[in-house]
Design a protein around this ligand. Structure first.
Ligand SMILES: Nc1nc2c(ncn2[C@@H]2O[C@H](COP(=O)(O)OP(=O)(O)OP(=O)(O)O)[C@@H](O)[C@H]2O)c(=O)[nH]1
Ligand SMILES: [Mg+2]
Length: 231
């Protein structure tokens, strides 16, 4: 997929402040500092779109970007960073949870895990939370440039083993490095596939109602896909 335009829409403090649900959204979540904002920029092909920082907990709002005028990438605040004003961080955590649970045009979440680390309890727990709440997600192991490929494979296998019991079919797994520019086409391919599926669903809905324009068109807006979808 080619990205011809990538435009900042807004920074939202909560679900209510997000734009309308007329465009499909793909969100990045993961521990603070795992590389969410960097990956967003890498996929968008624009270095300074989302702000990147070595300081954990840098992204504090729900940052929304419109791609190719037809879909959105969403940079979420990370979890696992407790420093600073506790009240503020609690509110943002709640905002992220509400976004993930209730945003109906959220098509897919990219759950980021640091490929250089052995399974961290907080990541394992978070993947459990996504599964329990029926949030459609794939796993993306980040920063593959930082450790040898064998370490990446070992850490990924250990992580998958630690979540295996929760899934009949385990979530799809990808790797990436924003620094070494690895994994972009695979992840854009996942988004492309989801967009094609949404369009096909919308077309089907239009055929079933026999009226592509009428009120029923509302039902054809992007919906959360079946979490069991084999992406
Ligand atoms: N070596 C390496 N470093 C990376 C990569 N991606 C991000 N980083 C670095 O990791 C740090 C954190 O990156 P961010 O993209 O800001 O991480 P984040 O997950 O958005 O962090 P928060 O907003 O704090 O939750 C920065 O110093 C990045 O330059 C990568 O693929 N390889
Ligand atoms: Mg960030």
């Amino acid at each position: 997929m080619n990205i011809s335009s990538a435009i900042f829409d807004r920074s939202a403090p909560d679900l209510e402040s997000c734009p309308d649900e007329s465009l499909p959204e793909f969100a990045f979540i993961g521990r603070s500092n795992v590389g969410k904002s960097s990956l967003l920029n890498f996929l968008a092909g624009k270095d300074s779109l989302a702000r990147v920082s070595p300081t954990p907990g840098f992204t504090k709002l729900i940052n929304i970007f419109t791609m190719n005028k037809t879909w959105r990438l969403v940079d979420l605040p990370g979890y696992g960073f407790a420093e600073g004003a506790k009240k503020v961080s609690a509110r943002f955590n709640q905002a992220v949870a509400r976004y993930l649970k209730h945003r109906t045009n959220l098509c897919l979440v990219f759950a980021l895990i640091d490929s250089g680390l052995e399974p961290q309890d907080i990541d394992v727990e978070f993947v459990g939370w996504l599964a329990r709440h029926g949030v459609p997600f794939v796993l993306v192991f980040t920063k593959t440039d930082k450790v040898p490929p064998a370490t990446v494979q070992t850490n990924m296998a250990a992580f998958m083993a630690s979540i295996a019991a929760w899934f009949v079919q385990p979530p799809a797994v990808f790797t990436c490095s924003a620094t070494a520019e690895q994994g972009r086409q695979d992840l854009l391919g996942v988004i492309d596939e989801a967009l094609v599926a949404i369009q096909a669903e919308a077309k089907q809905a239009a055929i079933l109602t026999g009226d592509p324009l009428a009120p029923k068109a509302k039902e054809a807006r992007p919906k959360r896909p079946n979490p069991a979808r084999p992406w």
